[in-house]
Write a protein that binds this ligand. Structure first.
Ligand SMILES: [Zn+2]
Length: 393
């Protein structure tokens, strides 16, 4: 079946401006022809024609940081320990909600029991309505830190083994979590963050040696210092990244995935469900830190990819537009925020055939009843979502 998106404003995911009055023909799941609407020479009777007038066509969105195993919300961490059947069924529903919001590719960066790997397999097989998923399996963290349902290690050999196991179990990338000691777990004389620079370089070396990318959770000042100079492929959250860190990241081409939806949702919940003062204060600190880190990252020329942390932080699924809005509020040009959600995200995830609209690319597309390059909130005005050329929303 041929699909023609006719007479539409087209933004192709690159630095080029949007072009008016274009048509895009899709055949066998890929972009077959792009050109001025007046120059299309096919037959309208044999093609499915979608009216593109007063609409903008953009590449399918990519969320580089989600957790479909949790719904987010005010008690998001507890939701990760729900019964496994509940987590598994819910993941299918949340992936579909994400797809409907225009996310055609997602990086699921951590799930208990490696649920995300199964979900990614089902999505790949076309058995569920879901974004194309790149899954990290389970988080890897130092024993005594982070969440109890992560995969924990103590010694370097155990860290290498943890990475090997994730890969054997089908992970598409490795997710490392730097974090301080949990209450009562800290041995005498231990440093604040046990996952130090040396251990992190072991992880980077092991993942890269096996041909896998490595994403690093860092949301406190020490973790940000360690992560920025380690050679990981992306730093997640990074609320306390400073000028020297960002300079190194720009030099090493390390991606920054700011996940600003986290503090945004937390600030909302702190009012809506009357959180205790300490939690409210923490959310405000995260906002301040995150805003200045993103501002400075833009100035330093660090590559930024969009990630909401839906499920893993307080943010709920299906709200990618909010993250893009926050990027623009932090000084990013709307086009750069859109690139962070398309072509730049594709670069981080390693999806060469997605993230831009060019002849031959996979036809993951979003059609909007508005122009997000003028007003980023137009990302909410979804007219249609296409995945490999099929209308899915
Ligand atoms: Zn997360």
């Amino acid at each position: 079946m041929r699909l023609l998106i006719d007479d539409v404003q087209l933004w192709d995911g690159t630095d080029s401006p949007a072009q008016p009055r274009m048509s895009v023909e899709i055949r066998d799941g890929r972009v077959h022809w792009i050109g001025p609407a007046s120059e299309w020479r096919g037959s309208r009777t044999t093609a499915r024609v979608v009216d593109g007038r007063a609409r903008t066509l953009i590449p399918g969105l990519m969320d580089c940081h989600v957790h479909y195993s949790s719904p987010g919300g005010p008690e998001w961490i507890t939701r990760f320990t729900d019964p496994l059947p509940e987590i598994s069924m819910r993941a299918v529903e949340l992936a579909e909600a994400s797809l409907r919001s225009g996310v055609t590719t997602a990086r699921d960066v951590g799930a208990p029991h490696g649920v995300s790997i199964r979900l990614a397999q089902k999505a790949r097989a076309g058995e569920i309505r879901s974004p194309n998923i790149r899954a990290a399996g389970t988080w890897i963290a130092h024993r005594g830190t982070y969440v109890p349902f992560a995969r924990h290690f103590g010694e370097p050999a155990e860290l290498r083994a943890a990475i090997r196991i994730e890969i054997e179990e089908g992970a598409d990338l490795i997710k490392i979590a730097l974090a301080g000691w949990n209450e009562g777990a800290r041995p005498q004389g231990a440093t604040d963050i046990p996952f130090d620079q040396k251990l992190l370089s072991v992880a980077v070396e092991e993942a890269h040696r096996r041909g896998f990318k490595i994403a690093c959770h860092a949301n406190d000042p020490t973790s940000c210092r360690i992560a920025a100079h380690s050679g990981v492929d992306s730093i997640e959250h990074g609320m306390y990244l400073e000028a020297a860190d960002l300079e190194t990241m720009a030099k090493n081409k390390t991606f920054f995935v700011p996940t600003m939806s986290v503090w945004d949702a937390m600030l909302y919940y702190s009012r809506a469900v009357e959180w205790p003062e300490a939690r409210k204060k923490r959310a405000e600190e995260l906002r301040t830190g995150s805003r200045s880190a993103v501002n400075a990252a833009v100035k330093a020329g660090v590559q930024i990819a969009l990630g909401t942390d839906a499920g893993g932080g307080a943010a709920r699924h299906g709200r990618i537009a909010r993250e893009a809005e926050l990027m623009v509020e932090c000084g990013m040009d709307p086009r750069d925020a859109l690139k962070a959600a398309t072509s730049s995200a594709a670069k981080l995830i390693g999806e060469d055939e997605r993230g831009t609209i060019k002849k031959g690319t996979i036809a993951d597309l979003v059609l909007l009843d508005g122009n997000p390059l003028e007003s980023i909130g137009a990302l909410r005005l979804i007219a249609a979502v296409f995945q490999e050329g099929r209308g899915v929303a």
